[in-house]
Design a protein around this ligand. Structure first.
Ligand code: ADP
Ligand code: MG
Length: 257
């Protein structure tokens, strides 16, 4: 198993060593209804995979299956070659960080407390250690001056940065983003996308569900197109955006581009 090694290369410059992520024939269901069927996926260490597809195609369910917010019905999920299906929930949350559309911050806690809480409570670090980690991560996402603000006193973009810092504070091996910029005012989207591109550049392994086709084209190593619970096509951004093979992908692209 690989552990994350946060090396400081410059003042606030952190290099990540993201792990590989593999999905093998993952099926997810609500009751008897299978909404993700037999999805297999390989994400190489330090690369970014963007998942695109129409609303209701199973993208969120797939992400939730990776960190077992939704327990897969069958198949396997491996991080650094090791199945996560038997991990304890707290162990799993350390290995895989997740960022949601609606930040899910604790409203009555400051940015610093929001980020420090999991390292302290889940990871068992001392308060001082957790505080230090939180300060470092908040500086890293550009919020060094806002640590004592509560969510309501931060913009949506800043709240999302806190949520990203909170996930990073657990030193995850893989980061999952579910439409992380969809709830933001348009002028705040770019800053959060830039931060995500920055994490990618510094070696984090990421799976990003997004409607931002520009981001997918520019940042992704791999783009996965889902429709009706299945991976219809996967390839490089050039293959997916410039040479779609299926009618379903062509139709989707004609609607979003
Ligand atoms: P996407 O993120 O691509 O929009 P979702 O993963 O949210 O798609 O949804 C995939 C399918 O699962 C949809 O048909 C949706 O209606 C269904 N679904 C999502 N959440 C639930 C739920 N809690 N109970 C039953 N069906 C659900
Ligand atoms: Mg969704």
């Amino acid at each position: 198993m690989s552990t994350i090694d946060h090396k400081t290369t410059a003042a606030d410059q952190v290099v990540y060593e993201g792990s590989s992520l593999e999905l093998e024939n993952v099926t997810l269901a609500y009751g008897d209804v299978e909404v993700v069927r037999e999805v297999s996926l390989r994400v190489a260490p330090g690369t970014t995979t963007c998942v695109i597809g129409p609303s209701g195609s199973g993208k969120s369910t797939l992400l939730r299956g990776i960190n077992r917010l939704h327990e897969p019905k069958s198949g396997d999920v491996r991080v650094a070659g090791r199945s996560v299906l038997k991990d304890r929930p707290d162990e799993l949350r350390r290995r895989i960080g997740m960022v949601f559309q609606h930040f899910n911050l604790f409203p009555d806690h400051t940015a610093l407390e929001n980020v420090a809480l999991a390292p302290w409570k889940v990871k068992g670090q001392s308060r001082a250690q957790a505080r230090q980690v939180a300060e470092d991560r908040l500086r890293e996402v550009g919020l060094g001056e806002r640590m004592d603000h509560r969510p309501r006193d931060l913009s949506g973009g800043q709240q999302q940065r806190v949520a990203i810092a909170r996930a990073l504070a657990m030193h995850p091996e893989v980061m999952l983003f579910d439409e992380a910029t969809s709830a933001l005012d348009p002028e705040l989207v770019k800053g959060v996308l830039r931060l995500m591109a920055d994490l990618c550049r510094r070696g984090m392994t990421m799976v990003v569900v997004t409607h931002e086709m520009g981001f997918a084209r520019k940042v992704a190593d791999q783009v996965v197109f889902m429709d009706e619970g299945e991976v219809v096509e996967a390839g490089t951004p050039d293959q997916i955006f410039d040479n779609p093979r299926s009618d379903r992908l062509r139709t989707f692209l004609s609607e979003v581009l």
